[in-house]
Design a protein around this ligand. Structure first.
Ligand code: MFK
Length: 558
């Protein structure tokens, strides 16, 4: 047999090849805004999968950051050097509006957050995790606008500019050795110095994008109460106005499974100068940093859906080129079924995150309807945790769909898989987010508001010939979720054990409702695939089984 040479799969233009993204945005934006945004999205879609940008991303992955603690003459400098490829991807993003768009009133107004979601979906998977500082920069800008003072307006301008020469990035230094999830255990202490300036003392254990000009962080004013009741939110700069280093020591860079182009460091704050964000009211810290967290969690979900979309694009590109058993791979029914389920998960994740952006955009512009903030309060953690789980399963499946070459580094698929694995850990694990959903449900009826919104979306579709069966499955799922939620109110231990299936079930059910509604809209335009996606979600089962009854098995207890 003659030597066989496999044709290399090529990633297509990310915008024109992604029907799910284009239809989702068309549905949410409406014809006029979609037509206005399409040229920008089309241009970006072509750029992010061209050879230049893909080469930059691959090079950034191969050139990890380096910590230089001392100058040649022994002076402590704590420089972090990143790949110039990584920096260039960041500049490309800033120019494309990844930090600016949500804050620009023209031309998209209240829909800017949605157009931005399109921009992030395209740029993120090609950014070698330059998307991480973007998430925190956006979260910091929003937090300073909501809770900061006039003196911070110039900083917000730098955080939200499209000019890479002026742009600042922000970090979020929240995690400490005792508390990644339990932030109330923060040990960093804030004290006023002799000049009345606040200074911070403590260790920050995971600080990503550590080359950022500034960060928001939590600290406990000396003598403040324990737990989150004693925390205050501060702004810290790496360099001070006169160009000198703030009193921050880089202990070391983390050696991570993935996100290798992105610097993540351990920091020692040794009396670092800091400014409280707003009045340093005792106990306001977690509430204020929650503004940032809710934004970064939407970014995280966009990262998840972007990764799954990119895995799917690779799997499709390969299936187009590969021939097996005498047929093109994409014609084999088993393979088509697998890729279909990948596309269903991608569509479900994107539906959730676009709905988050729709509601967040209205909230940011002060035009949200009554009750929408409760829906968004619950939808944000539900979206973050659901898309995180789906993306890991999805990119792993995409790697399998590509076979052995997909397992080899030079295909770039292993980097995609590694980088996706941080998503459920970063900004709160699946269980921590599920408990957040539970708290939001019990404190402000936010779960009920979200489920009611899901019912409202499909209420008039139960007798529809195309969507009726799916709509009825959604009604049944909402009944089950409401029943579990009521039972949980009387059983705190059982509620915690059942929080995860409740939250995941809410994610699938609400995504199905969104796609059912969108599918009805699309069918009127002659497109049937979204209704079929919603139907497939419903057939697979919307609500996972309740938690196991016997939890002694977990730790092998008798
Ligand atoms: C990109 C690559 C990265 C590379 C590597 C990274 C590796 C990962 C490193 C990490 O560690 S990532 C950080 C992961 N950690 C988290 O995301 C934090 C997880 N914990 C939570 O989310 C907790 O729920 C939280 C700290 C927010 C709250 O816990 P607490 O201390 O028990 O506070 P509490 O009493 O629940 O809330 C305090 C106030 O904030 C309340 O308001 P009030 O004071 O008015 O009563 C809450 O309602 C409010 N709040 C809490 N969460 C909120 C919120 N408000 C709005 N939205 C929320 N999400």
């Amino acid at each position: 047999m003659a030597d066989f040479q496999q044709t290399a799969p090529r990633l297509p233009d990310a915008w024109s090849s992604d029907r799910i993204l284009r239809e989702g945005l068309a549905y949410h934006l409406g014809d006029e805004v979609f037509a206005a945004a399409e040229p920008e999205l089309g241009e970006l879609g072509r750029a992010v999968t061209d050879a230049r940008v893909l080469d930059l991303a691959a090079r950034a992955e191969r050139e990890p950051p380096r910590h230089v603690p001392y100058s040649p003459w022994g002076e402590r400098v704590d420089e972090i050097q990143v790949s110039d490829a990584y920096s260039e991807l960041g500049r490309f993003g800033v120019e494309a509006g990844v930090t600016a768009l949500p804050y620009e009133t023209d031309p998209y107004g209240v829909k800017a957050r949605l157009v931005w979601a399109g921009v992030l979906s395209l740029w993120g998977p090609s950014s070698a995790l330059a998307s991480c500082p973007v998430a925190m920069t956006d979260g910091a800008a929003r937090t300073l606008l909501l809770h900061g003072g006039d003196e911070e307006r110039d900083i917000v301008e730098r955080l939200t500019t499209r000019d890479p020469e002026r742009a600042w990035a922000s970090g979020q230094w929240m995690t400490e050795t005792a508390g990644g999830s339990d932030v109330g255990r923060t040990g960093t202490v804030a004290r006023r110095d002799d000049n009345g300036h606040w200074r911070l003392w403590g260790t920050k254990w995971f600080t990503s994008a550590t080359t950022s000009e500034m960060a928001l962080t939590l600290a406990r004013p000396e003598g403040g109460p324990e737990g989150s009741r004693g925390l205050v939110l501060f702004r810290v700069h790496r360099f001070l106005g006169d160009g000198t280093r703030n009193r921050i020591i880089v202990r070391r860079l983390k050696d991570k499974l993935g996100t290798r182009a992105l610097p993540t460091a351990e920091l020692e704050l040794e009396g670092a100068l800091a400014w409280p964000v707003g009045e340093p009211e005792m106990g306001s810290g977690v509430r204020r940093i929650a503004t940032m967290l809710n934004i970064t969690r939407i970014h995280n979900a966009l990262g998840a859906s972007g990764a799954l979309g990119r895995g799917l694009a690779w799997a499709r590109a390969y299936a187009r080129e590969r021939e097996v058993f005498g047929r093109p791979l994409h014609e084999l029914p088993a393979h088509r079924a697998t890729l279909t389920d990948l596309a269903v998960d991608y569509a479900a994740g994107l539906a959730l995150v676009l709905r988050c952006c729709e509601l967040a955009g209205r909230q940011e512009h002060g035009t949200g309807a009554a009750g929408e903030s409760a829906v968004l309060r619950c939808l944000t953690p539900v979206t973050k945790l659901s898309t995180g789980r789906w993306s890991i399963a999805g990119v792993t499946e995409a790697m399998e769909a590509i076979g052995g070459v997909g397992y080899c580094e030079d295909s770039t698929i292993p980097a995609l898989v590694r980088n996706t694995h941080v998503i459920p850990i970063w900004e709160g694990t699946t269980n921590v987010l599920s408990l957040d959903v539970l708290r939001a449900a019990q404190k402000s009826n936010a779960l009920e508001a979200l489920l009611d919104d899901g019912l409202r979306l499909v209420a008039d579709l139960v007798d529809d010939p195309r969507s009726g069966e799916t709509a009825r499955a959604i009604l049944t799922a909402v009944d089950e979720l409401n029943k579990r939620s009521v039972e949980m109110a009387d059983d705190p231990e059982g509620a915690e054990a059942g929080a995860r299936p409740l939250a995941l079930g809410t994610g699938s059910t609400y995504a199905c409702a969104l796609l059912c509604r969108q599918g009805h809209w699309a069918a009127r335009r002659g497109k049937g695939s979204t209704a079929a996606i919603a139907a497939r979600l419903a057939t697979r089962g919307l609500v996972p089984a309740p938690p196991p009854l016997d939890l002694t098995i977990a730790m092998n207890d008798e």
